[in-house]
Design a protein around this ligand. Structure first.
Ligand code: NAP
Length: 326
C-alpha cells in the first residue's frame, strides 16, 4: 500500500473514473475536483463502484485561490489534470471558452504548485490533436505541432505552458500525449460511443438511422482503462518527460461503423452521412509511435481495434440501468 494522495481534476470524465480506480487499487487516497457539487454527474465512479472511496471537492480551476487552499488542505503527492473542454467539435462552436478554460486552468494549477509545494508532481492531459496537419506519419514526440481546431490550439498552448514550468522552475511536470481512447464511459458525443449506443438502439427498433459526418477520416484508437496505466507510469519515472500513448495503427471511422453494424446484423442502409456533422477543418489520417513509452516506462499495450470494439459492444449490450437515466 502507498501513503500517496492524488488529486484528479476532471474526475467526472471517462479517464477520471478509470484513473481513480487504478490509483485506489494502488493504495492512493484520491481527491477528485469537480466544477460544481450541484451539477456534477459521477456515474463513472458509480459504474466502477468507487464513488464512496473518493473524496469529492468543488474547485473552480479558474480561481487560483481555491486551488491553493485545497493544496494546503490535502498536501497531494501527485496531481492529474484531466479537466478540459474535451470535444473538438464543440470547440468550433465555443472557441474562446474552450481556449480560456483549457489554458488558464493549467497556468493556475502550475502557479499554485510553484507557490505551495514544488515537489508535487503534475500530469497534463495533452492530445494527439495538437499535431493536426502533420507532414509525416507516424507521429512521434518530436513531430511539429500544427493544430487545426480551437481545442487543439488550447491543448498545444497548455502543453507548452507545462514545458515552460518544467524547464524554468524545475517542477516535475509530464504531459501524456494521448491518441483517441475509448470505453463504455466515453461521452456520448464521441464517435465510437455514439456508434455503439445508436446501433444498439437501431437493433432494438428504438432508432431509425445513425447520422454521421465525415467517416473517411482515420484515427488511432485505443482502450481507455489501459491508457490511464500509462499516465501513472509517467508520474513514477525518475525524470519528467512527455510521452505519446497510442495503438500505432489508424482505422477509418467507416470501417469501425461497418464492423459494429455487421456484428449486430444491421444493414448498411441504416446510416446516413450529413454535411451538418462535418467540421470546418479536419485531419485525414493520424497515428502515432509509442515506442518511448513502451521502452522507457514499460507501458505494454497489445489490444487490437477489433478486440476493443467487441469489448465495448458487449459492455454496451449488457449496460447497467444506472447509465440510462440521462
Ligand atoms: P471527458 O470525459 O470529456 O471529461 C472531461 C472532464 O473535464 C469532465 O470531468 C468535465 O467535468 C471536466 N470539465 C470540462 N469542462 C470543465 C470546466 N469548464 N470546468 C471544470 N471541469 C471541466 O474527457 P476524457 O475523455 O476523460 O479526457 C480526459 C482529458 O484527456 C481531457 O483533458 C481531454 O481533453 C484529454 N484527452 C482525451 C482523449 C480521449 O481520447 N479521451 C485524447 C487526448 C486527450 P463535467 O463532468 O462537469 O463536464
Amino acid at each position: 500500500m502507498s501513503n500517496k494522495t492524488a488529486i484528479i481534476t476532471g474526475i467526472s470524465g471517462q479517464d477520471g473514473a478509470y484513473l481513480a480506480s487504478l490509483l485506489l487499487n494502488k493504495g492512493y487516497a484520491v481527491v477528485g475536483f469537480v466544477r460544481s457539487y450541484t451539477t456534477v454527474d459521477l456515474k463513472g465512479l458509480e459504474y466502477l463502484h468507487i464513488r464512496n472511496r473518493v473524496i469529492i471537492e468543488e474547485c473552480d480551476l479558474l480561481d487560483i485561490s481555491q486551488i491553493i487552499k485545497l493544496l494546503y488542505q490535502y498536501t497531494p503527492t501527485e496531481i492529474y489534470n484531466l479537466a478540459a473542454q474535451s470535444s473538438v467539435s464543440l470547440s468550433f462552436k465555443q472557441p474562446i471558452g474552450t481556449f480560456h478554460f483549457n489554458t488558464i486552468s493549467v497556468f493556475n494549477l502550475l502557479e499554485a504548485i510553484k507557490l505551495v509545494e514544488r515537489n508535487i508532481k503534475f500530469y497534463q492531459a495533452s492530445s494527439s490533436e495538437m499535431y493536426g496537419r502533420v507532414e509525416e506519419l507516424p507521429i512521434t514526440e518530436k513531430s511539429v505541432l500544427h493544430p487545426v481546431s480551437p481545442y487543439a490550439i488550447s491543448k498545444a498552448a497548455a502543453h507548452w505552458t507545462c514545458i515552460h514550468y518544467r524547464e524554468s522552475y524545475q517542477l516535475f511536470v509530464c504531459c501524456g500525449i494521448l491518441f483517441n481512447h475509448e470505453s463504455f464511459l466515453r461521452n456520448e458525443n464521441f464517435f465510437i460511443k455514439k456508434v455503439m449506443r445508436d446501433s444498439v438502439k437501431i437493433k432494438n427498433g428504438q432508432l431509425d438511422r445513425l447520422l454521421v459526418g465525415n467517416i473517411d477520416i482515420k484515427r488511432d484508437f485505443g482502450y481507455a482503462p489501459r491508457y490511464v496505466e500509462g499516465m501513472h507510469l509517467m508520474m513514477q519515472s525518475q525524470t519528467p518527460k512527455d510521452y505519446i500513448l497510442c495503438s500505432g495503427q489508424s482505422t477509418s471511422l467507416r470501417s469501425i461503423l461497418e464492423h459494429v453494424f455487421s456484428k449486430l446484423g444491421i444493414d448498411r442502409d441504416y446510416y446516413a452521412i450529413t454535411a451538418e456533422l462535418y467540421r470546418p477543418a479536419d485531419i485525414d489520417d493520424m497515428y502515432g509511435n509509442s515506442s518511448s513509452a513502451r521502452s522507457e516506462l514499460g507501458w505494454d499495450y497489445q489490444m487490437t481495434l477489433e478486440e476493443m470494439l467487441d469489448t465495448l459492444l458487449t459492455e454496451e449490450l449488457n449496460r447497467t440501468p444506472i447509465l440510462n437515466r440521462k
